[in-house]
Design a protein around this ligand. Structure first.
Ligand code: BTN
Length: 290
């Protein structure tokens, strides 16, 4: 049976109070982030969700595009209306990363062993993989087996210096069995890693459930204090050497963890410890992407 994300199916699976309760499902749209921004400007409530089978102008970070073919992945954006200072909004990206990673890791843990799953052998998704752990590459890439599985793009709408709304856009590679040459060495999908196609609506419902819980934990302190343990337990960079790529300099350091406000804490080779900001640098593994 063809896997389709319908409003009826999603509403049936949702276990949330507010996340995804005002729901828009599109067969095709330019970008679910753009749909949510527009819905937000029109007064849509906190938790409004846009999901598309296909995006024609999917947006990635740093002005890149996000490949969004039909029917095999998840393109979803949610509207948040937090009562916080605008400079705290970037932390919501880490809240989202934590939520998606938890939901996907639990989904993997619930699967039968790959060897017990009946899969077509001529398909990349039929690879006998066991159950690799889902991890976070700071600040918000979700990876599995060292390859990128999810991208998150958070965009803030400011009105007279205050947050009008925050759009959290999440792209999850689910049932794709092959990637274009440019990204085939660094991208992967759940289907490839878990050895089995998965129902996308179930995954969306699981992500929303974790996001609702984690958002409420975040809002208690308006920082990541209550999520540090969960985030850190999934942080692939922790206790590893990383390359910090800034506009002015590039250097090697040892990643120690994150701060309660979401910066990466690193120790330079001369022993000094400093915080690096996601908006100012990107981080790579010393020998590659992770
Ligand atoms: C990244 O570059 O890593 C972030 C990619 C974010 C892609 C998602 S797909 C759903 C939402 N709509 C978009 O246009 N982008 C985000």
């Amino acid at each position: 049976m063809k896997d389709r994300i319908t409003k009826e199916r999603l509403e049936h699976l949702l276990r949330t109070k507010w996340a995804g309760r005002n729901l828009f499902c599109y067969e095709e749209t330019d970008s679910t982030n753009l749909r949510i921004k527009q819905l937000g400007n029109e007064g849509a409530p906190h938790g409004t969700l846009a999901v598309a089978e296909q995006q024609t102008a999917g947006r990635g970070r740093r002005g890149r595009s996000w490949e969004s073919p039909a029917g095999c992945s998840i393109y979803m954006s949610i509207l948040l209306r937090p009562d916080i200072e605008p400079d705290k909004a970037p932390m919501l990206t880490l809240v989202a990363a934590c939520s998606v990673a938890e939901a996907l890791d639990r989904a993997g843990a619930q699967l039968p062993d790959a060897k017990d799953v009946s899969v077509p052998t001529d398909d990349a998704c039929g690879k006998d993989t066991g159950k690799p752990r889902v991890q976070i590459k700071w600040p918000n890439d979700i990876i599995i087996n060292g390859k990128k599985l999810v991208g998150i793009l958070t965009e803030m709408n400011l009105q007279s210096g205050e947050i009008g709304g925050v759009t959290v856009g999440i792209g999850i590679n689910v049932n794709i069995s092959a990637f274009p040459d440019e990204i085939k060495d660094t991208a992967t999908s759940l289907c490839i890693e878990y050895g089995h196609p998965m129902e996308r609506a179930e995954i969306i419902a699981a992500v929303l459930e974790r996001l609702e819980v984690n958002y409420e934990i975040f809002m208690r302190t308006k920082d990541l204090t209550g999520l540090m343990d969960t985030y850190s337990s999934m942080l692939v960079n922790k206790d590893r050497d990383v390359l910090i790529l800034g506009a002015q300099e590039q250097y090697q350091a040892h990643a120690l963890g994150i701060t309660p406000t979401g910066e990466l804490l690193v120790r330079r080779e001369d022993g000094t410890v400093e915080e690096v900001y996601a908006g100012e640098v990107s981080v790579r593994g010393v020998y590659g992407y992770v």
